[in-house]
Design a protein around this ligand. Structure first.
Ligand SMILES: CC(C)(COP(=O)(O)OP(=O)(O)OC[C@H]1O[C@@H](n2cnc3c(N)ncnc32)[C@H](O)[C@@H]1OP(=O)(O)O)[C@@H](O)C(=O)NCCC(=O)NCCS
Length: 152
């Protein structure tokens, strides 16, 4: 049975491997072990029999905006609904916190549409997002698609 739960310290190594395997393929941004440890409270994992099969994290960008980051499902576990479960958990957490909008910067448009997100213009995103973008290796030529879902 797959359980989606908050990450704990013992998950860090498996999460690190999963995220950085896709980061090496250019599909997502890399994360350091330190960044995972420091942000543990905002990371969710999907676990089955002790194995981490998926991960997603929630970054609060301001009082009215959050972003889903580092969404990854291991190659062998794709297509079992784990990505959708992780997105649903992050949406639920965003709602619980009281933030009305969740965005994603992604290449996986069809997947996020299935999860209820809609494509938005990058110009619709507030300045705060771009402030963070300056620290991203893809800046200034980011080719990811901006998507959003209302959470309130
Ligand atoms: C994108 C990703 C998270 C999807 O995870 P997953 O567990 O395989 O997805 P699910 O099984 O929950 O799929 C949910 C729905 O989306 C669809 N879907 C999944 N991946 C898709 C894709 N690449 N293109 C189109 N549809 C897709 C599924 O068919 C399913 O549709 P259905 O409910 O009609 O059957 C996973 O492929 C992944 O980790 N990719 C590599 C890393 C990455 O690109 N992450 C996103 C960074 S923003």
């Amino acid at each position: 049975m797959i359980e989606v739960r908050k990450a704990v310290l013992k998950d860090v190594e498996q999460v690190f491997e999963l995220v950085n395997q896709y980061a090496n393929e250019g599909l997502m941004l890399p994360r350091t072990r330190d960044s995972l440890v420091l942000n543990l409270q905002s990371i969710f994992v999907a676990e089955e029999e002790g194995e981490i099969l998926g991960i997603a994290s929630l970054a609060i960008l301001g009082h009215d905006l959050a972003e889903i980051r580092s969404l990854a499902v291991s190659e062998k576990a794709k297509g079992r609904g784990i990505g959708r479960m992780l997105v649903a958990r992050v949406v639920e957490e965003t709602k619980k916190i009281g933030i009305p909008k969740l965005i994603s910067l992604t290449y996986q448009v069809a997947f996020f549409e299935k999860c209820g997100f809609k494509v938005i213009q990058k110009t619709e995103m507030p300045q705060k997002v771009w402030t963070d973008c300056i620290h991203c290796p893809k800046f200034p030529s980011c080719d990811e698609i901006a998507m959003a879902i209302q959470t309130a």
